[in-house]
Every structure is written in C-alpha cells, then in structure tokens.
Design a binder for this molecule. Structure first.
Ligand code: FEO
Ligand code: CA
Ligand code: CA
Ligand code: CA
Length: 606
C-alpha cells in the first residue's frame, strides 16, 4: 500500500551543495529526463541531427532553454497529461557546430534559433504506478504543438489592442503579433490555461539608434540601445526578418513584453497577448481567485530597481466545468485594473544596507497598490491608458513605485492567499548614485537575493493595501546578513539567487535558483512557510554544471516534481564541440525537462 501524505512535513534528507555535472536528487528518489532540446513534439517530426538542423525541423521539435513548466490534466484517470513549456532564449555557441559569431551564422541557422524560441505543448503518459512521466508515443496526440516566433499568430486583447502604438506595416490594425519571445516563467490559471511572461525581448531588436527622438526614451527604459544600430550581443535577426529593425518598424518592439495566455486544449490555437496586464520584462503571472470572485494576477518585472504589479479582473470567475463557464473565464484577463506596488517601512531609519535586523526584529511594513489604469481610464498624469499599458515602466516611475531587487516569480499560495516574491539579486543596490537599501530590499550590493511575503488586508486579494515581511534573506547561513525566519541556521541549506517559486499540496514553499553566487550548482529548495518549521529551508535537488533550475512544478497528486534544466554548460568559452557539460546524453549539453519522484510512491518532500 502507498504511504499517505502525512502532515506535509518535509522529511527528505537535504543534499549538499556540489559542482557535479549531473542531476542530483535525495536518497529515496529517482529522476528521468522527460524531453530534451530537439526531441520530436509534433507526431512525425524528424529525429534531431545537430549537423543537419533546419528551421522546418526545429519548428516541430522541442525548443531550446526550457524555462516555465506546467502539467495539466488530460482525460480522467491521471494517466495522461499535457506538458506546457516555455523556451526562453538560445545559446547559439552551444547549438551550432563551428559557431564563431552572429555575423557568420547562415540565414537558415538564424531561422533555427528563432524557431527554438517560443513554447511547446506535448502529451505525456504516466509510467505505471509511479510518479514518473514520459512523452506519449501512441495515439493521435492532437494537442502536441510548437508556438514559435517564426509563424504563430497571437491576438492582442484589452485596451491597448488596436492602438496606434501596436500598429505596424504588416499589421496596420495593431491586432495580431507574430510569435512570442523570451518566455520566462508563468502560471496555470484556475480555468486551465497557461500564462507566460515575455521577458528580455529587448535583445531581439536592432536599429534603435534610427528611431524618432521622442521614441528613444521609451526604448531605452526597456533596455534597447538607442545609440548603436547593433548592441554588442545582437543576434541580428533583422538579417532574416526586417520587422526586428526598429529603424524601419519602430512599433514592432511594442508588440513584445506582454503576458500571453495559451489554452493548451484549444486545437484551433487561440493564443493571446493581454494588454490589460501591462508591458514590461514580465517574469510571469500567477492567478488566484479572490474571495469576492474577481481574479487577481501577481507579476514581477525582472530588472534591477523595477516593480511588482497586480491585475484585478473586472469580471468574476465562474467556478464550474461547463463550456459556457470556461468561455467566460477565458475573457477574465481582457479587462481589469492594473496596480503597481509601493512598500513602506516600519524601521526605515535603522536600515544600513548590511542586512542587520532592525530593533523591532523584522524587515516588514505596510504597502499600497497604486492604481495605474482601468479600461480606458488612466490614473497616471500625462499618459493615456494605451500608453500606461504599453510603457508601464514609465507609469511606475511616474507614481513612485518601490524599486525592487529584480522581482522574478510572484506567486500566491492557494491555501493561504499570501503572496511570495522571489527577488533574485541586485548587485547595484547602493552602488554609486543608485538607490540605497530600504527595508524591503535591505542589503546593498545584494548578491544572493531574498523572499518577500505579502498579506493582503482583510485576506482580500483585491485589496489596495497590504502588509509585507521578509521571511528569507538568502546566502550562506554562516553569513550574518542572512535570515531564515529565525530558524536555527545550522540546519538550513545555503541558497543564492531565488528565481522561481511553487507550492506543494501541503502549502510548503519550493524555490529554485538562477546564478548561485556561492559557487555551487543551482538547484531546488523547500521550506515550510507556516508553523514551527517556517524557515527550515532544505536543498532538494541540484542541476548540472552551468545550468539554472526552472519550473518547478509539483503535480496536484504530490507524486512528481518537474523542473527545467536551462542552459546546461553555459560557461564562458564553451562550445558545442568543447562543452562544459555533457548532460544529459554524454555528448554536448542539451536543455531538458526532468521529473523526480519518490521510489516508495510517497508524496514529494515528505
Ligand atoms: Fe528569465 Fe527573470 O528570468
Ligand atoms: Ca521592521
Ligand atoms: Ca526566471
Ligand atoms: Ca532566470
């Protein structure tokens, strides 16, 4: 008989930090690679041959640099599921034999790289009686598809759809973008769709030096060079598609940087970009149904000194499985109110940037959600609603939002309604003329990041006020600037650069890392967030050399945890021929999705 889920206590033995070129899980667990770069997605797709790759093949194969991972149910018996994955970006030097420079790439290679971006939907099958899953190989698998920046249309919704800011020569109505780019994290909605954040879209555009002077500040605020035609790391996609040249098509960049919604069950496609959720370097979006039925999406803008946002829908969620209800719920993110966060201190004068706790014993305070825009009404002086939504960073600047240490994943616990924010790091905090530490970002030159917990007033996720505190200040527990909710630091695993967060069925917080500044490999950690074990953070797995840990996703039956191993072998000087990682196949490095399960069939973590 199968062990019961118990009380949700995290009983696994933590794994130590390491620099191994392998995927490490705790004793009593096993793992397998579900899918890797180049594996067939669409039935009939050709086998991967790194020496004979084409854009047509890549468009039906699994893309590069898997990031967000979601598992959605398929049929009733929990034996099949849909895996939805983001493909954030490409490492051309690790993908193309003989790669030297972007200039030397063939046009077909550039098209391959474009097709390796985007998203994948693919059917999985459970391996009998275990938490292991594998790609389904039988049947029609009608949902299997790739979404790419080569050809997949995305319809704009919301107040900025059809505005002049989104119009281009190829789309004079400003209603449909081709493709989605730099899809980072995301979330699963209560109505069974996937949200995906378009993050560092700036890197795909060139020619910012040739736009009208009044457009330049808007490009610059999003990291697009307005002084050089080609930024030093430019992929030069304009060589195959002139829309990436802003000198010729200045509005094309405005068509990226949105939250996209993909309905993996929709065989007609139906993918959309929701302008009501604003445009920035979206890490992701996670939705909760508030007590009053409106849905609330929490979002981070992953840049040093950028902001936290939330969206509250105009309409209410209909909680049933009917076709009518689902059709209604699919419109919830098309209209609502967009807010940006201001976090105030309880101990402002005591924050010296060292990470020393103030005399009241906590980094904490109150906060306000500042209303930016609702429908066609702008609350930002001098900006129209379409401008607030398209240049949301400038709106946040104008209203004095709190500049945070790179807000990545922002996710509400569906058990408590509390919100957890991963702030990855900010080595520029307090450096030069940059903003200094404040109570919500309490360390200058913050290398290791921290976690903020937000509690909406009255437990109402649509509230315009909240309280906040910092349960975890990351780093080596021996470092006095770290904090683990007051837990005995000798029992805590070192953690650096939190990026993605997730929850298991018991409400434990799982945190994955990107860019471990302690020198060990990135990995996945878990801690209780309520009760006496709050802060008892333990390392659950590590990923191979050079990789970051994305996902994570714990299945609703608590039998499996999925993570994406992104950019294995991304180490300076590495190439396809001389890889820094041989994971997962012993030859050159390939990003891939891994599932981990407990050998005795018990719940993950317990
Ligand atoms: Fe793509 Fe913010 O990590
Ligand atoms: Ca305080
Ligand atoms: Ca991320
Ligand atoms: Ca990342």
């Amino acid at each position: 008989s199968r062990p019961k889920s118990g009380n949700g206590a995290l009983t696994f033995k933590p794994i130590p930090p390491n620099r191994l070129d392998t995927f490490v899980v705790p004793n009593g667990y096993d793992h397998s690679v579900v899918i890797r770069w180049g594996d067939p997605v669409v039935p009939g797709a050709p086998a991967f041959d790194v020496n004979d790759q084409t854009a047509a093949k890549q468009s039906v194969q699994f893309g590069y640099n898997n990031d967000f991972v979601a598992i959605l149910p398929l049929h009733q018996h929990n034996k099949h599921a849909l895996l939805v994955v983001n493909h954030e970006y490409t490492n051309e030097n690790l993908m193309f034999p003989g790669f030297t420079t972007f200039d030397a790439m063939t046009l077909e290679q550039i098209r391959v790289a474009i097709a390796a971006h985007g998203m994948t939907v693919i059917e999985l099958a459970r391996v009998e009686q275990t938490g292991e899953w594998e790609v389904a190989t039988k049947g029609k698998r009608p949902y299997n598809r790739r979404l790419t920046a080569l050809e997949t249309p995305f319809a704009f919704t919301g107040p900025a759809a059809g505005s002049d800011l989104l119009k281009t020569a190829a789309d004079p109505k400003g209603r449909t973008a081709i493709g989605t780019l730099n899809n980072c994290a995301g979330g699963v909605t209560p109505w069974g769709t996937v949200l995906s954040g378009e993050e560092n879209f700036n890197q795909y555009f060139v020619g910012g030096d040739g736009v009208a002077d009044e457009v330049k500040p808007k490009l610059a605020r999003y990291g697009i060079s307005t002084t050089a035609r080609y930024p030093s790391d430019s992929r030069k996609w304009d060589r195959v598609d002139e829309r990436f040249d802003l000198t010729r098509h200045p509005n094309e960049a405005n068509r990226f940087g949105w939250i996209v919604e993909v309905d993996p069950y929709d065989l007609k496609g139906g993918q959309r970009k929701h302008t009501a959720l604003g445009r920035f370097k979206h890490e992701g979006a996670n939705v909760i149904v508030a007590k009053n039925g409106h849905v609330v999406a929490y979002m981070g803008d992953d840049e040093r000194f950028d902001y936290l946002y939330k969206f509250v829908s105009d309409k209410k969620f209909i909680d049933d499985n009917s076709t009518v209800a689902r059709k209604h719920n699919l419109t919830l993110l098309e209209s609502g109110t967009l807010y940006v966060a201001k976090l105030d201190s309880t101990s402002a004068d005591e924050i010296d940037g060292s990470g020393t706790l103030p005399s009241d014993g906590a980094f904490n305070g109150t906060g306000t959600w500042i209303k930016l825009v609702r429908g066609n009404t702008s609350y930002v002086p001098g900006m129209t609603a379409a401008e607030v939504l398209t240049f949301t960073r400038l709106a946040g600047d104008a209203v004095g939002a709190t500049k945070m240490d790179r807000p990545e994943d922002v996710e509400p616990s569906l058990l408590t309604g509390k919100i957890y924010v991963a702030l990855t790091n900010n080595t520029n905090r307090g450096v030069g003329s940059n903003p200094k530490a404040d109570e919500a970002n309490p360390r200058n030159a913050n290398r290791h990041g921290h976690i903020v917990e937000m509690v909406e007033d009255r437990g109402d996720n649509t509230s315009e006020t909240f309280t906040w505190s910092i349960p975890i200040v990351c780093g080596d527990p021996a470092d006095p600037s770290t904090y683990f909710a007051g837990y005995d630091k000798s029992k805590v695993s070192p953690i650096s650069c939190p990026d993605n967060v997730a929850f298991d069925g018991a409400g434990n917080l799982w945190i994955s890392t990107d860019g471990n500044a302690l020198g060990s490999n990135d990995g996945l950690f878990a801690t209780a967030i309520e009760g006496p074990e709050r802060g008892h953070l333990k390392q659950f797995l590590t990923v191979p050399l050079g990789a970051e840990t994305c996902g994570p996703f714990i299945t609703t039956d608590n039998q499996s945890v999925f993570v994406a191993v992104q950019h294995p072998g991304e180490i300076s000087g590495a190439s396809l021929e001389e890889p820094a990682s041989n994971w997962p196949d012993g030859d050159f490095a390939k990003p891939g999705v891994v599932v981990t399960w407990r050998l005795d069939g018990g719940p993950i973590g317990s």
